[in-house]
Ligand binder design. Structure first.
Ligand code: ATP
Ligand code: MG
Length: 613
């Protein structure tokens, strides 16, 4: 029976989480720098956050000011909306926010941005938490969890709105949405003041409270900040901050029928949580003046205190051959173009994981692409390169035949006896002898790749053709003698003879020089396996560029299923275990469908080099 050495290291499992040892700030400074690190370095050098209190929970400025100094040197946050699965773009934001916090001795808050009273699915919440932990990050700091949800702050947000009203900085507007749109002006024309802009404070307060109490219909009025209708930044032309919506919220139920706008809610969430660096994608750049205006006003009103959080923007990840919009990913799933969120073709974190990506590979990718302030496209090959570099070091090796044809060694019985099984061994990993050896047997019949035999060889072909010698890897040199075909001329069996005394690892191994090496699996002990060969999901590098319907460029060959034969040690793997199947690439035992003895593998990626002739 084939077996693995007892002392063989357990194969790298895809379920392993990357440990992220706490690095201190000095190590952090040794990282490849970027503009955000420069900002944090400068802030810390200027002691910008020295003496800043942290009350142990989110709250108003006075609460924090009365508390002990914050043990976290910086606070960042990752604020997803729980309305879908995270994708590789989110991974960039996660690695950035959690990575900065880790490197600078701070903490990154896990915050669900659930101010929209939409149906939240617990499935999404759980999957988001799981994805972040799987990537190797944690929101625990000083023995305390920093998982928050924005809907817990509705009372604070309501109070902030009343503070603005009291200070003449917000008003209830009763223009129709159409009037509001027209009066907002354009990039080249100033807006026009609403006729309701000069309402007295008491009237605004009364109407806003009536809005809260459900006395007005949806869309009949809205609360707006009172800033400047002539501002060159349209976002400062009295932006809406609260709207009426008679919708049940998954956490607050029917307590509220008014909900804050995202641009109003987000700075307040950051300030309550004493975030130091609020890092977001570039499309929020134009919102930064409002972010600063709002927090400045609320500080002056006594709600928050310095140092206020600051917003910084970086370029989102655009990855070729991928779409990273939750809406589009949702469409792929609901219209069944893929088999669910965790389909190995999906750029979701669960999809990448099932495809065989390790957390280390995704972290490495995010490090390599870095952060910048300019939008650009990252080539998919950079993601695959990080994957190969990560797996090459860790993945145990194995053999498989993906397009099998039988090879019969016609002098086997004569040399060794018909049923003889010759023990062969190979390193689990060529560069890590400590990972041990794998063992398998060679017999009279083996499976080889159909492409390894050519009856009439093309120029330069070095593998099996009548009269030529090649080595069965880790076994004997063999001499091809011909083949057997069916009536249609299809090759059924390749025939060869063993060249005696040439076994790998024996003194005679080099007595015969051959140019071709053949991978194989024993016909008597190889295990039949389903292998799913995955490729890019889209045929075009920018599937949704220029408003194109991305569904039109789906690659119909992105999944191909083949029946194969694999080495016994590979077949026994636990789900989630990654291998390099020699010459074919990296493969992972599927987390859902694989069972030891009934193997199902996904091809994670091919090897960089194609198989040489
Ligand atoms: P979508 O537009 O697909 O719904 P989103 O940005 O609305 O995505 P959120 O759940 O709001 O999704 O995102 C959480 C965080 O992840 C945000 O801070 C956002 O900036 C960041 N993020 C989302 N997509 C990317 C991306 N492609 N690259 C970098 N960061 C991203
Ligand atoms: Mg969003």
């Amino acid at each position: 029976m084939p077996h693995c050495d007892k002392d063989v290291a357990p194969p790298t499992s895809g379920t392993d989480r990357v440990s992220t040892p706490d690095k201190n700030a000095a190590e952090g400074a040794a990282q490849i720098t970027n503009f955000l690190r420069n900002i944090i370095d400068a802030d810390l050098a200027a002691s910008k956050f020295a003496g800043r209190g942290w009350a142990g929970q989110p709250g108003e400025g006075s609460l924090h000011d009365a508390a002990e100094p914050d043990p976290a040197r910086i606070r960042t946050r990752f604020p997803p909306e729980p309305n879908g699965y995270l994708h590789v773009g989110h991974a960039k934001s996660i690695c950035l926010n959690f990575g900065l916090a880790r490197d600078y001795g701070g903490v990154c808050h896990m915050r669900f941005d659930d101010t929209n009273p939409e149906k939240e699915d617990k499935e999404y919440v759980d999957s988001i938490l799981d994805a972040i932990q799987w990537l190797g990050f944690s929101w625990d700091f000083n023995g305390r969890s920093h998982q928050y949800q924005a809907s817990d702050y509705f009372d604070f947000m309501y109070r902030a709105a009343e503070l603005l009203i009291e200070r003449g900085l917000a008003y209830v507007d009763q223009q129709t949405p159409e009037e509001m749109r027209i009066n907002r002006g354009t990039l080249t024309e100033a807006g026009k003041d609403s006729p309701w802009r000069a309402r007295p404070v008491e009237e605004n307060l009364r109407l806003f409270r009536e809005m809260r109490d459900g006395k007005h219909a949806e869309g009949s009025m809205i609360l707006r900040a009172r800033i400047d209708m002539a501002s060159p930044n349209i976002n400062l032309r009295d932006p809406a901050i609260y709207r009426i919506r008679f919708a049940e919220h998954h956490h607050t139920g029917n307590k509220w029928c008014i909900y804050p706008m995202y641009t109003f809610a987000h700075p307040i969430e950051d300030a309550l949580e004493r975030i130091t660096h609020s890092i977001c994608t570039l499309e929020f750049e134009d919102q930064r003046p409002f972010y600063d205006w709002l927090l400045g006003q609320l500080r002056d009103a006594g709600m928050f205190s310095d140092p206020l959080p600051r917003q910084y923007e970086f370029a989102r990840l655009n990855l070729t051959y991928v779409v990273t919009s939750k809406r589009k990913l949702m469409q792929l799933v609901t219209e069944k173009h893929v088999d669910g969120w965790d389909d190995p073709r999906m750029p979701t974190i669960v999809g990448l994981r099932r495809r065989g990506y390790s957390p280390g590979a995704i972290q490495l990718f995010c490090e390599r692409i870095g952060v910048s302030k300019g939008d650009s496209w990252i080539d998919y090959s950079i993601l695959e390169g990080a994957l190969r570099d990560d797996l090459d070091e860790k993945a145990p090796r194995g053999m498989a035949v993906l397009d099998p044809v039988k090879l019969r060694l016609t002098n086997w019985a004569e040399l060794f006896g018909a049923d003889h099984a010759e023990p062969c061994s190979a390193p689990v990993h060529p560069h890590h002898p400590e990972m041990g050896q794998r063992h398998f047997n060679l017999g009279a019949e083996v499976w080889i790749e159909r492409e390894d035999f050519q009856e009439v060889p093309e120029k330069g072909f070095r593998r099996l053709f009548p009269g030529n010698m090649a080595r069965l890897k880790y076994g004997y040199v063999i001499r091809c003698t011909g083949c057997e075909k069916n009536v249609d001329g299809q090759i059924l069996t390749v025939l060869a003879e063993v060249v005696p005394d040439t076994k790998s690892g024996t003194p005679g191994a080099d007595s015969v020089k051959v140019k071709g090496v053949i991978t194989w699996v024993s016909a008597s002990e190889g295990v039949p396996a389903e292998i799913r060969l995955y490729d890019r999901l889209f045929k075009e590098a920018q599937p949704d560029a220029g408003g194109r319907d991305f569904l039109e460029v789906i690659n119909p060959d992105a999944k191909r299923v083949v029946r194969t034969w694999i080495e016994p040690s590979v077949a026994q793997a636990a789900p989630g275990t990654s291998f390099q199947l020699e010459r074919h690439g990296y493969f992972v035992a599927d987390r859902k469908d694989h069972q030891p003895g009934q193997p199902v593998f996904n091809r994670t990626t091919t090897l960089k080099d194609s198989w040489s002739k």
